[in-house]
Design a protein around this ligand. Structure first.
Ligand code: FAD
Length: 465
């Protein structure tokens, strides 16, 4: 086992230098995918580096196959267009995703597990078809993709990253680049190149719990739904209380969260809550995986015994990657605040929107949402470009869940659709930065908004009168 203490060992060697790219995108999740496509389609050479063996990030590798935040919570208006809409609509046409517009507006229970009006409407996807479509998109666009490859370090010269250091089965190597999109979700590039970052809750650094997602099939969903209708209890809080009193439910949370995926009878179970995991610490993630797997099987056995409709359910997949909701955030010159959202502030550099609400469970009380009940002027959130720009390194941009925000602002912005909006903007910003060799902080945001608009993104939203 490695020694977590701070003994150091000097280590120096020359690395092979591979062919240069205009842009290197580190991380192939909801923010890295559109960044790579947008930059490549604009004519730049792009390398996309992904630690796992498929694209999709949390959506595929961590099993969270449900893209939230792309529509207003009343399901009446699209809020994220552009590459997000292109990919989800293509997947819907291929039978690999559910069109949220088909959700029955008259019913209280949505087929996808949420109650109307509670949360923004999502797009459930079939993860294998989604990953395959993403491969196709990269091949068509001409993005070079390296799977099973980690961003390890950055060489910084005169305030710019000149090379990224990568590692895969071929060993360590360096890639020269003009701009880096840090879409790792953990701000790995920003942190290792010397940008200012923070981690977790402002007061104590604690982070919201992780979840090991699993998918089950052979669910009698009509029985499950009837019980939900009858008891008006989508999260089974009363049943869980009863089980707790009987000593059967010993988990540190009191809610059951499931979402129907693309086929009736198949659910994504987003219920386990693994506390005290630090997603930037290799040992902590490893221990979290083991705790998560144990909990999945205990929960499954209990669900089969006591939950309506789940008696014959079978585990279809336990995610091979722990779902980490929160780690580092960059600290830029601009920080989006809770008050900005409460007062519904607008921003001249808005590059997209999220339709989602507050959702960042308390680190130690996983069923408690500290922001629950805090009113916002608007039920949707504009995304200012500046929030993706770290400092002081000039040619790194950080879309996704590691943005420069007060922690609770992550709730509405960390979902997959707004991450797509950020990634799309980051990719087009990289076109300006790489072509003109200037800093991300100096990107012309009016021109960026125009370029996004031309690609179908939504950069000015107001609820139609
Ligand atoms: C348990 C859980 C449930 C959630 N539920 C929902 C939901 O229902 N709907 C929703 O829309 N959102 C949900 N979210 C939030 C959402 O999935 C994430 O916030 C979102 O995926 C973040 O996108 P991203 O691109 O920033 O990062 P990620 O999706 O984490 O993608 C980052 C990618 O970078 C790769 N990577 C990381 N480090 C490196 C490195 N050093 N080198 C190379 N590659 C690297 C990773 O393998 C990964 O593929 C949930 C999140 C979790 C964890």
């Amino acid at each position: 086992m490695y020694n977590p203490e701070h003994e150091t060992k000097p280590y120096a060697r020359s690395l092979p230098v591979r062919a240069p790219y205009d842009v290197v995108v580190c991380g192939g999740g909801p923010s890295g995918i559109p960044a790579a496509l947008a930059a490549r389609r604009a004519g730049l050479s792009v390398l996309l580096v992904e630690a796992q063996g498929q694209l999709g990030g949390v959506t595929t590798s961590a099993g969270v196959s449900h893209l939230l935040g792309g529509r207003t919570s009343d399901n009446r208006h699209q809020l994220v267009g552009g590459i997000f809409q292109e990919i989800t609509e293509e997947l819907i046409r291929r039978g690999g995703a559910i069109d949220p517009r088909t959700i029955d507006a008259s019913g209280k229970y949505q087929p996808h597990g949420w109650f109307r009006g509670n949360l923004a409407v999502g797009v459930p996807v079939e993860p294998h078809l989604y990953a395959a479509l993403l491969d196709e998109k990269m091949l068509q666009a001409g993005v070079d993709v390296l799977f099973f490859t980690q961003f390890v370090d950055a060489v910084v010269e005169d305030g710019y990253v000149s090379h990224v250091v990568l590692f895969n089965k071929s060993g360590l190597f360096a890639v020269p680049t003009k701009a880096v999109v840090d879409a790792t979700g953990d701000a790995d590039v920003a942190a290792r190149s010397g940008c200012e970052v923070t981690k977790g809750r402002e007061a104590d650094g604690l982070m919201t719990p992780a979840t090991l997602i699993f998918h089950v099939d052979h669910v009698d969903q009509d029985a499950l739904a009837s019980e939900i209708y009858a008891k008006d209890s989508p999260r089974f809080r009363e049943l869980i209380q009863e089980l707790r009193e009987q000593g059967e439910w010993t988990f540190p949370y009191d809610i059951f969260i499931s979402v129907q995926l693309t086929h009736k009878g198949t659910l994504m179970i987003n219920t386990t809550r693994i506390t005290d995991v630090d997603g930037t610490d290799g040992l902590s993630i490893s221990q979290g995986m083991m705790r998560g797997r144990k909990e999945v099987h205990r929960l499954m056995a209990l669900m089969r015994r006591r939950f309506p409709g789940l008696r014959d359910a079978q585990i279809k997949m336990v995610a091979p990657v722990l779902g980490i909701r929160e780690t580092r955030r960059i600290v830029g010159d601009f920080v989006l605040t809770v008050q900005d959202l409460v007062h519904g502030r607008d921003f001249p550099d808005t590059i997209g929107y999220s339709g989602y609400g507050w959702d960042l469970p308390d680190p130690q009380r996983p069923s408690h949402q500290p922001m629950h009940g805090v009113e916002r002027k608007r039920p949707y959130t504009p995304i200012p470009y500046r929030m993706m720009v770290p400092k002081p390194v000039e040619n790194v941009i950080c879309p996704g869940r590691a943005i420069s925000v007060e922690r609770d602002v992550l709730g509405p912005l960390r979902e997959q659709a707004p991450c797509y909006a950020m990634g799309h903007a980051a990719g087009l910003a990289a076109v300006q930065a790489a072509r003109e060799h200037h800093a991300f902080k100096d990107v012309d945001t009016d021109a960026l908004r125009e370029a996004l608009l031309a690609e179908g993104a939504i950069v000015d939203f107001a609820v139609p009168a």
